[in-house]
Design a protein around this ligand. Structure first.
Ligand code: GDP
Length: 328
């Protein structure tokens, strides 16, 4: 991938796509192609063909998709399976038709069975049933891996797949109805502090374990894989370390609101008991994460303070203006 290569990052506004773009810019790439959802509906094969014909990308990072936490996955399963299956199919097919040199497809650690031996190696895919709370999403993500492998086998396409663990960082979703656990915890402790409330409710029993990777580390791994990985098998991307939701909540409390008291709401689902990735394949190729969790949480909270409250103030000012306009 030379500096002037035409690189398409699908999913530019998302947590992952925006981090990959930042990393590519830092590395000096000057022909970055993007399209917002309004400009290009990636579920629409005709529109995607038209866009590929007009823009001729040479490399594709497929980071677009409908994503969300445990609640969003349980309540909007149709969107999670339809949107993702369509997006993977249109982009992979167009990449084949228009001669993309290499494509990196991004999946998720939820592709592995619920009762999987830990840590989970790449070979454990499709060895037992999936976690029910995100099965539709996981099926779409597994279909994406198989799609890349099928195009490689039948047409010789250089399409590779990476399976990141739970991610967090700048541009994350902090909406409590659709976010993942870490941004939700940051938001909950922050709001409680502002409102002078001591109690913060954390869903589930606090016992499930999760592995968390800063999205800047993932973006770094993506560039590394684009240059150094050629295998048909997908590759896990994570830290190889996990902690309980209870421990995670304590860490976020220390950073955001040390006086808070954590209450567990066991009526909410725990989801998968554990999903720790075996990252030895990636380590053996020479890549390791750099950002430790505590530092990553502090950095993400700073980002949240700079962006979220600004967004809230802007929304508040707009609502105020709107109210003023309607009143006058
Ligand atoms: P998952 O990794 O696919 O299960 O997705 P999440 O990141 O949404 O949830 C991870 C774990 O955190 C689950 O056990 C949740 O019950 C727990 N959790 C605790 N509090 C929250 C919260 O406020 N939001 C979310 N999304 N999860 C929470």
């Amino acid at each position: 991938m030379n500096e002037h290569a035409r690189i398409f990052v699908a999913g530019r506004r998302g947590l992952v796509g925006s981090a990959i773009l930042r990393k590519l810019e830092e590395a000096g790439h000057d022909c970055l192609l993007t399209a917002t959802r309004e400009q290009l509906d990636l579920r629409d094969q005709a529109a995607v063909h038209y866009w590929f014909r007009a823009n001729r990308p040479e490399y594709v990072f497929l980071a677009a998709g409908t994503v969300g936490g445990i609640l969003a996955n349980s309540t909007r399963p149709a969107e999670f399976i339809y949107d993702n299956m369509m997006i993977h199919a249109t982009v992979v097919h167009a990449s084949h038709l228009f001669g993309v040199k290499k494509l990196l497809y991004l999946g998720s650690s939820c592709i592995y069975p619920r009762e999987c031996e830990q840590p989970m190696t790449e070979s454990m895919l499709l060895t037992a049933p999936l976690e029910p709370t995100n099965e539709p999403y996981a099926i779409a993500k597994i279909a994406g891996i198989k799609l890349c492998q099928a195009y490689r086998r039948q047409y010789g396409c250089n399409f590779i797949s990476a399976m990141p663990t739970n991610l967090y960082g700048p541009n994350d979703n902090f909406d409590l109805t659709s976010s993942h656990v870490l941004p939700a915890l940051i938001r909950k402790f922050h709001d409680a502090r502002l409102e002078g409330r001591k109690e913060v409710v954390v869903w589930g029993t606090g016992r499930p374990r999760r592995e968390l990777l800063h999205v800047d580390d993932l973006a770094d791994a993506c560039l590394f894989l684009m240059t150094h990985y050629e295998d048909e098998s997908h590759v896990n991307v994570g830290t190889g370390e996990d902690l309980t939701i209870h421990e995670l909540a304590s860490m976020v409390r220390e950073v955001v609101y040390p006086d808070a008291v954590v209450i567990f709401d066991a009526s909410k689902p725990d989801g998968s008991p554990r999903k720790l990735l075996d990252v030895s394949r990636l380590h053996s190729r020479g890549w390791r994460h750099r950002i430790d969790l505590r530092t990553g949480i502090e950095q993400t909270y700073r980002w949240f303070l700079e962006h979220h409250d600004v967004a809230r103030l802007v929304a508040g000012a707009a609502a105020h203006q709107h109210a003023a306009a309607t009143e006058s």
